[in-house]
Design a protein around this ligand. Structure first.
Ligand SMILES: NS(=O)(=O)c1ccc2c(c1)[C@H]1CCC[C@H]1[C@@H](c1ccccc1Cl)N2
Ligand SMILES: [Zn+2]
Length: 258
């Protein structure tokens, strides 16, 4: 099979051939249906402590654009549904070719124009790759933020300004060391959905504690358009790099809010 992608001939409907777990019972993303979630008063706020990276790249990996530090620097995530500390690994985006589609998770069937994923790995593992393969839903913790079109996002501007430099698959650029990743996050990480799921692209490993925030982040129309100029390995617009929702099966989605 051609390397996986999001086109007709290599998209999500084909992934099960190389990754049978695609038809597993703990797959992501899902449709977050408010009438079926359960408030859990035990869910505390999350604490993300991000230290500026001196050597990070912003790159086009052919199916997303991602911020990738060269090594860990003590940036970490704790609290919420997490029992231990998770180390920051990378962040990346999923988006559509118009404002009616693009996010991976949905809320009562509604898609947002984009979704931002902050990926962290369970620090009891030697590396993120071990965490991916560690078995069970506590290997990774991914924070999902919906993006909607509105005011310019000043915190994301240093990143969206780099997008034209990574237009083509396989290209990368160094991120200025004064980039403040912490500024992207809302001041308090309180209202979120959380459930046990998977990576949303191959290898689709069922190793993820998903934490999806209720409150979308805003980006300007110009920042949204920047994403839509990114090209994939086939030379086509990368927009549409989202997996449709998967069956919930017998999983519960908990919320930190009523
Ligand atoms: N949309 S997402 O956040 O659910 C997602 C989906 C797939 C992958 C990632 C994140 C990243 C982050 C951890 C693993 C890494 C990647 C991967 C997996 C195994 C081996 C190497 C690598 Cl680079 N695959
Ligand atoms: Zn993702």
């Amino acid at each position: 099979m051609a390397p996986w992608g999001y086109e007709k001939d290599n998209g999500p409907a084909h992934w099960h051939k190389d990754c049978p777990i695609a038809n597993g019972k703990n797959q992501s993303p899902i449709d977050l249906i408010n009438g079926e979630v359960k408030y859990d008063s035990g869910l505390k706020p999350l604490t993300a402590k991000y230290v500026p990276f001196s050597d990070a790249k912003f790159l086009n990996n052919g199916h997303s654009v991602q911020f990738q530090p060269s090594a860990g620097n003590g940036s970490e995530l704790t609290g919420g549904p997490l029992a231990v500390k998770y180390n920051f690994e990378q962040f990346h985006f999923h988006w559509g070719n118009n404002d009616t589609e693009g996010s991976e998770h949905r809320v009562d069937g509604k898609m947002y124009p984009a979704e931002l994923h902050f990926v962290h790995w369970n620090s009891t593992n030697p590396s993120f790759k071990d965490a991916v393969g560690s078995g069970g839903p506590n290997g990774l913790a991914v924070l999902g933020f919906f993006l909607k079109v509105g005011a310019e996002n000043a915190a994301l501007k240093p990143i969206t300004d780099l997008i034209p430099k990574v237009k083509d698959a396989g290209t990368s650029v160094t991120v200025p060391s004064n980039f403040d990743m912490q500024a992207i996050l809302p001041a308090t990480l309180t209202d979120y959905y959380t459930y046990d799921g998977s990576l949303t692209t191959p290898p689709l490993a069922e190793c993820v504690k998903w934490i999806v925030f209720k409150q979308p982040l805003e980006v300007s129309a110009a920042q949204m358009e920047a994403f839509r100029s990114v090209i994939n390995r086939d030379g086509k617009p990368m927009g549409g790099n989202y997996r449709p929702p998967c069956p919930l099966h017998d999983r519960a989605v908990k919320t930190s809010f009523k």
